[in-house]
Design a protein around this ligand. Structure first.
Ligand code: ZN
Length: 151
């Protein structure tokens, strides 16, 4: 994290330390573990979906500051959103990471992570949980895919 502007660094540390998005939730209907071997990030998303809407979401696991912050930002952005809105947020984030045009307004503080796109070794840290959620929400119109986890 050498080249990061101080403000960004502080924002990332604040999000990485947030406890309100970490831990178990009651009756999650989706759980998906994502692992990034190059850094050691191991994040399980716990999601409660009701009527196509994310009503609760937290994460458990261990991860570096960028990965933890990114997951906190993701969760903050998608709680209360329906599947289409979540899809837009995810696509915007991936566009940002590919240096394409994206909608900064729907990413909120997650746009702070834009600098990571120039750090190839860390991109997986920043996108890990976003990819996990994308695979839960799925592409196309055929609804939400069920993820089999270990209970
Ligand atoms: Zn990492």
């Amino acid at each position: 994290m050498d080249n990061i502007n101080k403000l960004y660094q502080q924002t990332i540390m604040d999000y990485a330390k947030r406890n309100d998005v970490k831990g178990e939730i009651e009756n999650p209907n989706y759980a998906l573990r994502g692992h990034n071997p190059s850094c050691g990030d191991d994040i399980t998303l716990l999601i409660k979906l009701e009527n196509d809407k994310i009503v609760d979401m937290k994460y458990i696991g261990s991860s570096c500051a960028i990965s933890s912050a990114s997951t906190s930002m993701l969760i903050e952005n998608v709680i209360g959103k329906n599947k289409d809105e979540v899809q837009n947020i995810l696509n915007s984030f991936f566009s940002m990471m590919r240096s394409e045009e994206y909608d900064e307004t729907i990413l909120n503080d997650a746009s702070v992570l834009e600098f990571v796109k120039d750090m190839p070794a860390r991109i997986k840290c920043a996108t890990l949980s976003w990819h996990s959620l994308k695979s839960i929400i799925g592409e196309g119109n055929d609804g939400i895919r069920e993820i089999k986890g270990n209970n």
